[in-house]
Design a protein. Structure first.
Length: 509
């Protein structure tokens, strides 16, 4: 099925193989990257996409096979070596220093110096502003990275990559944390880079981005090359089938469950901005969720979706007001511990920083929120911890060689399953999921959807935030929309319409 192409190949990988202890990441993988084209690379989490990109960009230097740059064999010693010939990578996991400024991060290790050999901050900040203006990101470049949202940090990472004289730009899930407007700006930038002859290697799990952006698509599965084709000559359904090895008709179809009694009720919830300005991040939000119901929350970035979950979960007790009822009983949460004891669990948007301890084992991560269940005589029982972890590894199909495997070694989809396992171990009756499928592949998404549906069937009340409108419509029984911290719409499943829901989520003026 491999297509012949007349476009110029700028870099080629031939028969690339790479193994880690206990894992074969790549096996004789081929990849051609065409100049002036968007070369999409797709596959499930664990297919080997990021490993291959790390080889192309000089992160991994030991592997079998060969790389050719303009038909000449190359072997990069490190990322600096790759950058020297014009290859830059924007990693899925952001490579930024939180407590340094935006400008300092962009030019880290290559700061402009004045005549005395000191960093010339004025020039560095001017260059940073110029770079970010191309991405339509107007902000103070002296601002610390730690103060930025994930999407804003992603824009800084993109700006950093563009600060090099780039010929091949590798983007690993670049839109996973971007808003719709930020994504639009990024796509415009990519098209302008294409026009200048820059080759874009673009890893994505979003199938609509193939048709919007890509010229070629290469499919990997289980560390092996499956297919390469011009995008215009292959249907999206066929790409999905090649990725997962089965037909798209086998994918998630929502089941209808009979709703139970109201399990969670929120009345007039408000959240003040910090600093005593008197302004609000949330204002007078009220809604209910029934047992066996999936309530979707849709809104644009900055609408207050994450802040709503955090407030319900007791993270902003001193700045918030409103009333929470669980199974008809009024409760007050002064901390997340109170919410957990009442049966609420929160799967956070940023699983890396807020959901996991990456260097700890799967078993330890799963037990973190339910330590009381694995104690014997006041001491942690490794036997009980292992049994609990093995139960969830099997139940959620967490792909790993053992419960002792560090979470950092897992794919994004399997990491998300560990976060879900951790909270399911608390036996919640209300589950809050904030962007549960961000950065995971189409098959792992399918598994998460089925899990949500199965938990609803068991009587759990589920609230899901998603930036992907087709996703929220597919998994929800009912949807509410937020805009600028206020509830602006409510839709029953029979009334779902992308146009109506999006209109309700947009500012009215």
């Amino acid at each position: 099925m491999k297509e012949a192409a007349t476009d110029k190949v700028i870099i080629e990988a031939r028969k690339i193989s790479k193994s880690f202890p206990g894992v074969r990441a790549l096996h004789e993988v081929d990849l051609k990257v065409y100049a002036g084209k968007v070369n999409a690379v797709v596959g499930e989490n664990g297919a080997g996409k990021s490993t291959l990109m790390n080889i192309l960009s000089g992160v991994y230097t030991e592997y079998d096979g060969e790389l050719l740059l303009n038909e000449q064999k190359v072997a990069f010693q490190d990322t600096t070596d790759a950058r020297r010939v014009g290859i830059s990578i924007i990693h899925q996991e952001l490579q930024l220093v939180p407590h340094m400024s935006i400008a300092e991060n962009i030019f880290l290790g290559r700061e402009p110096l004045n005549r005395l050999g000191f960093i010339d901050y004025k020039i560095m900040e001017e260059k940073a502003r110029t770079l970010l203006s191309k991405l339509e990101f107007d902000t103070d470049v002296r601002q610390k990275i730690a103060t930025l949202r994930i999407g804003q940090q992603q824009i800084v990472e993109i700006g950093k990559a563009l600060s090099f004289d780039v010929r091949v730009l590798i983007m690993d899930e670049p839109t996973s944390a971007l808003s719709e407007s930020e994504t639009h700006t990024l796509f415009q930038l990519i098209r302008s880079l294409k026009a200048k002859g820059v080759a874009i290697v673009y890893i994505t799990h979003k199938m609509d981005e193939l048709t919007q952006l890509a010229d070629y698509v290469t499919v990997l599965r289980d560390g092996c090359f499956i297919n390469e084709s011009p995008v215009k000559k292959i249907a999206v359904d066929e790409v999905v089938r090649l990725m997962v090895g089965r037909d798209i008709k086998d994918f998630f179809v929502k089941k209808q469950h009979e709703k139970g009694e109201v399990r969670l009720k929120i009345e007039d919830m408000s959240l003040q901005k910090s600093g005593g300005s008197g302004k609000f991040l949330l204002k007078d939000i009220s809604f209910t969720v029934h047992a066996s119901e999936v309530l979707g929350i849709y809104g644009l970035m900055g609408a207050g979706r994450t802040e709503l979950f955090e407030t319900i979960f007791g993270l902003h007790a001193t700045q918030s007001s409103g009333t929470v009822f669980i199974d008809g009983k009024q409760v007050r949460f002064n901390s997340p511990d109170d919410a957990i004891k009442a049966g609420i669990a929160l799967i956070p948007e940023d699983r890396k920083n807020d959901g996991l301890v990456l260097n700890m084992a799967i078993a330890r991560n799963i037990s973190l929120a339910s330590l009381g269940k694995i104690l014997r005589n006041g001491l942690l029982s490794e036997t009980l911890e292992q049994k609990q972890a093995d139960r969830y590894r099997e139940k959620l199909n967490i792909k790993s060689y053992s419960s002792n495997q560090p979470v950092v070694k897992l794919s994004g989809g399997n990491q998300q399953k560990v976060v879900v396992s951790k909270w399911l171990a608390t036996n919640p009756i209300v589950l809050l999921l904030d962007e549960p499928t961000r950065g995971i592949d189409v098959n792992a998404k399918n598994e998460i959807y089925k899990l949500i549906d199965g938990l609803a069937a068991q009587g759990m009340a589920i609230v899901v935030v998603s930036s992907e409108l087709p996703e929220i419509m597919a998994i929800s029984d009912r949807i509410i929309t937020l805009c600028a911290g206020r509830l602006t719409g409510e839709f029953e499943r029979r009334d779902f319409s992308e146009e109506k829901i999006l209109k309700a989520a947009l500012p009215s003026n």
